[in-house]
Design a protein around this ligand. Structure first.
Ligand code: GLN
Length: 197
């Protein structure tokens, strides 16, 4: 029997600890990822919330932009929250920044307003059973445009806040700050499915 799946959290900046805890809570072996060797040791990856420009710059400095792109394109299950969703995107509105460009969406950063406009909301997420997901929106983006491969999983006030594209899952909100673990469990299921394929 193989052990618990090793799931990484891209650990340059942001709320890394909360994701490590959520992953442990669903039975994964959580691993901090900053280097190529660490990336190669994981079966799935979380890109946390934080500041997407900083995450992008550090990924570039560590030489991880291209390896991350390659692995995401090759099917590595990845879950991005907030800044993580931005980092996965093909395009942001406004000034250019380092992005992976693997998720076929255009995002609007800080779309719900500034820090003072942060809020918590109960979000119905397609594919997540057991009632709405409680999510923290902190200077959160929304998806302004999505390509044909992208499945919209959730909207609030008509704004797209959760999507899936194959092995990529992304939310504009933080589930990990509210004790919510169902999306991390979903990531783990994607890892298990890939292992069976
Ligand atoms: N506003 C941040 C950004 O653009 C994201 C905020 C967050 O991750 N909570 O990167």
């Amino acid at each position: 029997m193989p052990g618990a799946p090793r799931v990484g959290v891209l650990a340059y900046q942001g709320d890394v600890r909360e994701h490590l805890a959520a992953l442990a809570a669903v039975g994964a072996e959580p691993v901090e990822v900053r280097t190529l060797a660490e990336l190669d040791g994981v079966d799935g990856l979380v890109v946390p919330g934080g500041e997407s420009t900083v995450i992008g710059k550090l990924a570039d400095r560590y030489g991880l932009l291209e390896p991350l792109r390659e692995r995401a394109r090759a099917g590595l299950p990845v879950f991005g929250t907030c800044a993580g969703m931005i980092f996965l995107a093909r395009e942001v509105e406004g000034p250019p920044q380092d992005l992976l460009g693997v998720l076929d969406v255009r995002v609007r950063r800080n779309a719900f307003g500034r820090q003072v406009a942060s809020f918590e909301a109960e979000v119905d997420v397609k594919g997540v059973d057991g009632g709405p997901v409680s999510g923290a929106f902190i200077r959160a983006p929304w998806v302004a445009d999505a390509g044909p491969e992208v499945e919209v999983l959730a909207e609030i006030d008509g704004k797209v806040v959760a999507v899936r594209q194959g092995n990529l899952l992304a939310t504009a909100f933080h589930p990990e700050l509210t004790g919510e673990v169902r999306l991390h469990r979903w990531l783990l299921e994607m890892v298990a499915e890939r292992g069976r394929a």
